[in-house]
Design a protein around this ligand. Structure first.
Ligand code: 6PG
Length: 484
């Protein structure tokens, strides 16, 4: 039909939705956006480059009727109830074979439910993670699609066009079944929380330990960003320390920002998944915990008045400590990726998502918030699709070993000088536990069996055992448990 002009439609013309569509229009696709707010649709149309085919509409009818079939509709709206309400508004107008995409940070279990309920109407629902913030959406995000593979093939040319490119390679790929896209995005965000936390711990020690001013801190992050640690989060951190406040003269903006970190939940979900599966992700857990603790402003003030929180200048060569801290940050960052990716590979198996692990590492190299030079090393490691943990790759092991002195010194200095370096410490503890052939957890098994007859396994014999622990003498009576 003559009026069915548009290749792709977007629900929600907030900055993300509008930028994503404008990006698609720049690549030659005619696009249509729907938002109830006429100011947003007007602004969207006015922002389009000359010659691009874009349209903004304020009713679902106008929106759906002008799209080519099968319709390809993406929602970029806040996660939760809003997604369900948009689905309810759209579905009466959609037809079998149409593709509906949720590009927000939805919880993967919500995505699974939506896939099932829309399948009844033959509507192909996909959960797609989009990372890169407002600028990424406009210039090239990293896109993490999961769900119906046939539906993916329909939208792949458009997603490949708008995605960030690394050496010409688009940062988008089909990642796996069902809610794989949203699961991968959740883990991406967990890693994002961890790296942000690690940077803030380094900032604390540079600021209060070496007593560097903001210009010096900016210089350190900028130096780190030049080499093997090059990353988006270091780049923006360096920029942040240059920014002066526009309200109070002579102040830096970062110093005027309250130390109360917000969170929308994706980091917490990653930790919850880590506990549920279970896969240890302590560097991420530390980051989630620190955001929570940062909100206890009143309690922290009271505790500070009881225990004090003065910092003494570190008696250490600044150049030496900068290097140790850099290595510690490298180590912590590597552990963050290792934990997140380990979680992802177990989840892929347990939730039957068949996640393409090499593709995940590949598409995280550009466009997204956790993009970094380090990921290039991991591409090699994930040529082994069954790799359980990055730390088990021998090339990665060489990198890790080089940074061990740095993390040990940094964590010791932090402990001796009262710096709460939760995620740095968690990374070293994770590593030290993971590399131990024997852990002291035999004692935990003995204790469990002692007080609760919870049974244990032996090092010398197959089977499950229980002991009648005789507390009045050191003789015991051990019996195998019949598990049949
Ligand atoms: C991204 C970001 C994006 C969002 C975070 C913020 O990849 O572009 O992760 O999705 O900025 O979800 O999360 P918090 O508000 O929880 O820090």
């Amino acid at each position: 039909m003559a009026n069915q002009l548009y290749d792709f439609g977007m629900v929600g013309l907030g900055v993300m939705g509008s930028n994503f569509l404008l990006n698609m229009a720049d690549h030659g696709f005619p696009v249509i956006g729907y938002d109830k707010n006429p100011d947003k649709t007007k602004l969207f149309e006015a922002s389009a480059a000359e010659g691009n085919v874009v349209k903004g509409v304020n009713t679902v009818e106008q929106f759906i009727s002008q799209m080519k079939r099968p319709r390809k509709v993406m929602m970029l709206v806040p996660a939760g109830a809003v997604v369900d309400s948009v689905i309810a508004d759209l579905t009466p107008f959609l037809e079998p074979g149409d593709i509906l995409i949720d590009g927000g940070n939805s919880h993967y279990t919500d995505t699974l439910k939506r896939i099932v309920s829309l399948r009844e109407k033959d509507i192909l629902f996909m959960g797609i993670g989009v990372s890169g913030g407002e600028e990424g959406a406009r210039k090239g995000p990293s896109i993490m699609p999961g769900g119906d593979e046939v539906a993916y093939k329909e939208v792949a040319p458009m997603l490949e066009a708008v995605a960030a490119k690394v050496n010409g390679d688009p940062c988008v790929a089909y990642l796996g079944k069902d809610a794989a896209g949203h699961y991968v995005k959740m883990v991406h965000n967990g890693i994002e929380y961890a790296i942000m936390q690690l940077i803030s711990e380094c900032y604390d020690m540079l600021n209060h330990g070496l007593q560097y001013d903001n210009a010096a801190i900016s210089r350190v992050f900028s130096d780190w960003n030049k080499g093997e640690l090059q990353s988006y989060l270091l780049e923006i951190s360096s920029e942040i320390f240059k920014m002066t406040d526009d309200k109070v003269k002579g102040k830096y903006l970062v110093d005027m920002i309250l130390d109360k970190a917000g969170a929308k939940g994706t980091g917490k979900w990653t930790s919850q998944e880590g506990l549920d599966l279970p896969v240890p992700v302590p560097t991420i857990d530390g980051a989630v915990m620190m955001r929570n603790l940062s909100s206890l402003t009143g309690e922290r003030q009271k505790a500070s008045s009881i225990y004090g929180s003065e910092f003494k200048k570190l008696e250490i060569s600044p150049a030496d400590f900068e290097k140790q801290l850099q290595d510690a940050f490298y180590f912590g960052t590597l552990c963050s990726y290792a934990q997140g990716l380990a979680l992802l590979s177990v989840a892929s198996r347990e939730l039957k998502m068949d996640i393409d692990m090499p593709a995940v590492v590949r598409i995280w190299r550009g466009g997204c918030i956790i993009r970094s030079e380090l990921l290039n090393n991991f591409m090699e490691a994930y040529k082994d699709k069954d790799l359980k943990n990055l730390l088990l790759d021998t090339d990665v092991a060489d990198l890790v070993t080089q940074k061990l002195d740095g993390i040990r010194h940094t964590v010791s200095i932090a402990a001796l000088n009262n710096f709460p370096s939760v995620s740095l410490m968690a990374s070293l503890n994770y590593f030290n536990a993971y590399r131990r052939e024997f852990l002291p957890t035999n004692l935990i098994q003995a204790q469990r069996d002692f007080f609760g007859a919870h049974t244990y396994q032996r090092v010398d014999e197959e089977g499950i055992f229980h002991t009648e622990w005789n507390t009045s003498s050191d003789t015991v009576s051990t019996k195998p448990i019949d598990t049949n």
